[in-house]
Write a protein that binds this ligand. Sequence first.
Ligand SMILES: [Zn+2]
Length: 78
Amino acid sequence: MNCPRCQHSHFVKNGFINEKQRYKCKACNYQWTENHVPRGRPLTEKTLAARLYCQALLPWAIHECHRKNASHIALHHP
Ligand SMILES: [Zn+2]
């Protein structure tokens, strides 16, 4: 679990609210409870989803998929 606001992994337990564990981010001081559902998805999750999507495609489509999603990688591996 990371901070829902800044995705920082450095947070501390900060008491309980309505019997739910509350956490506080050490990076941005954002506070949230254990079952907090952030709006949108973390960037890392989007990246993972994109990669899984690539792997599910046929071999001829993988190159095209990588080119669209990770053009910076293509630069390193022309
Ligand atoms: Zn934070």
